[in-house]
Ligand binder design. Structure first.
Ligand SMILES: *[C@@H]1O[C@H](CO)[C@@H](O)[C@H](O)[C@H]1NC(C)=O
Ligand SMILES: *[C@@H]1O[C@H](CO)[C@@H](O)[C@H](O)[C@H]1NC(C)=O
Ligand SMILES: [Zn+2]
Length: 479
């Protein structure tokens, strides 16, 4: 079969058989890899981030003299967008390329890709942008880690939406695969929900082959509505097959099933309606701290912001019956980790706050597992410094925000001058102890001021023991 026919067959399998997408990775390895989309936005994955600004888009109100190409590509309906439209509220300029849809069918009105605590919406629109600061066009950007930014919009059935009719009304002109027509441009902004300040943000992928993990996802919290009639026009007008084929294959149900969140968290720009949601710390502060740990002045660091990045301490570790300390120094399996995190999110009152270090710890675990396999554990620090952390700074670091793990800090400063490192460790131990005391006191008597003596008096000689005392890596959940 020609490559084109093979590609075509793959999509037919996807749309006609429920198992099609399971086999994507045979031909497209990224589909079976990391950072895949869509995901289910489960409450325990969410972190409120007060630093996420409202989404701002520029030049979305297109002049009617512009023409846009509406096409049926066999797996969706797509509207081309000019690259002078762009998102201006991300670290880079992301210029528009196209928008397209995912939807259910006439007898299954649910077909969004992302879901919220398992709830699937009627459909979902994706407005695809590429990083035009770094790449000349979308083809060059599509497989780069910072290449794409997609705005996702949930679609619900409700009131008629005139903005969508600007091109929905031409759907019969593109019934078959590879058909295209030109439509008059309009205000694309009108397709977005009214509130651009409330959204989910995470690192993910294209949801169709080749599934490159290149997408910075922004999915708006509030859906837009289209009428039932509009939805049915979308769900019944199109075919995945070519016009000249004798058997027609309807184009519907073109959504991918939820992928595992793995080590990701989802940042959210809103916290109302989310009871007890955890907050993320400032990424820029952490980035500065990491850079200082690697190459900066460690003495300076001891006086600045580092303590704010330290994990929260709990007054009585081990009191929670669900927790037990293990003497084993082994690493968690990913499954155990995931279970541990999700349980921890459900029980907000646990003795250990393992919210800290969620990304760093897991990355370390992953790297360690790989290195163990090659009996090369000694390369851990080097790997972290040379590979993992620079990559974090570029990619997840800004978006997958987590506090620094003490273990990570210690790894980062290995290799620094002994005196400097010792000074920082000493000052860290003091800070930890102070924090611990304050919290113990607050726990015992919230109204009483601290009465325990100066922390200097009882700093443990061994910094390691001070740190391991409250490190959650030693804890496991009983099942
Ligand atoms: C998956 O795809 C491969 C390669 O195209 C093919 O050989 C195999 O038969 C497919 N498996 C299933 C279950 O369809
Ligand atoms: C994208 O840019 C690259 C590099 O400049 C160029 O070779 C390629 O032809 C461009 N592709 C398209 C579709 O314009
Ligand atoms: Zn899509």
């Amino acid at each position: 079969a020609s490559p084109k026919a093979k590609h075509y067959l793959l999509f037919i399998l996807f749309f006609t058989g429920p198992d099609g997408e399971h086999n994507w990775s045979s031909n497209y390895p990224f589909c079976g890899g990391a950072f895949q989309s869509p995901i289910d936005f489960q409450t325990q994955l969410l972190r409120y981030d007060p630093n996420l600004p409202p989404i701002q888009v520029q030049n979305y109100n297109l002049a009617t003299k512009e023409q846009l190409t509406l096409s049926n590509n066999g797996h969706s309906v797509q509207l081309s967008l000019p690259s002078h439209m762009y998102i201006s509220s991300l670290p880079h300029r992301y210029s528009a390329a196209q928008l397209h849809f995912h939807w259910g069918s006439s007898n299954l009105l649910t077909g969004s890709e992302h879901t919220v605590n398992g709830k699937r919406f009627a459909g979902e629109m994706h407005v695809v942008h590429f990083n035009s600061d770094k790449y000349p066009n979308i083809s060059m950007a599509v497989d780069k880690h910072d290449g794409l930014a997609v705005l996702g919009v949930f679609i619900e059935i409700g009131e008629f939406n005139p903005a969508f009719d600007k091109f929905f009304k031409y759907m019969n002109g593109i019934k078959y695969r590879d058909q295209k027509i030109q439509v008059t441009a309009f205000n694309i902004h009108a397709l977005l929900p009214a509130r651009l300040d409330e959204y989910y943000r995470y690192d993910g992928s294209l949801t169709t082959p080749p599934c490159y993990p290149s997408v910075l996802w922004t999915v708006f919290r509030r859906p837009v509505t289209i009428s039932r009639k509009q939805f049915l026009a979308l769900a019944t007008a199109l075919y995945a097959s070519y016009a000249q084929e004798s058997t027609t294959v309807p184009l519907h149900g073109n959504y991918r099933k939820p992928q595992i969140a793995d080590n990701r968290v989802v940042l959210v720009s809103f916290k109302d309606g989310l009871h007890g949601i955890l907050s993320a710390a400032s990424p820029f502060q952490r980035k500065q701290v990491i850079q200082k740990l690697l190459v900066g002045d460690l003495a300076d660091l001891a006086d600045e912001g580092l303590y704010q990045l330290l994990p929260k301490l709990s007054p009585q570790p081990g009191k929670d019956k669900k927790l037990k300390k293990t003497k084993k120094q082994g690493h968690w399996s990913q499954a155990t980790q995931k279970k541990q995190w999700s349980k921890n999110k459900v029980q907000s009152n646990t003795a250990f706050d393992t919210d800290k270090g969620i990304c760093f710890v897991s990355l370390e675990e992953n790297v360690m597992h790989k290195l163990e396999r090659y009996h090369a554990k000694g390369l851990m620090v080097e790997a972290l410094r040379e590979v993992v952390f620079p990559e974090l700074n570029l990619r997840s670091y800004l978006y997958c925000r987590s506090d620094l793990d003490l273990q990570t800090i210690r790894k980062l400063i290995q290799g620094r001058s002994r005196d400097e490192a010792a000074e920082l460790e000493q000052s860290l131990a003091e800070a930890m102890l102070k924090k611990m005391r304050r919290q113990i006191n607050q726990h015992r008597n919230p109204n009483m001021k601290t009465t325990i003596g100066h922390p200097q008096a009882t700093i443990p000689k061994d910094f390691n023991s001070a740190l391991t005392y409250h490190r959650p890596q030693r804890a496991e959940w009983e099942d």
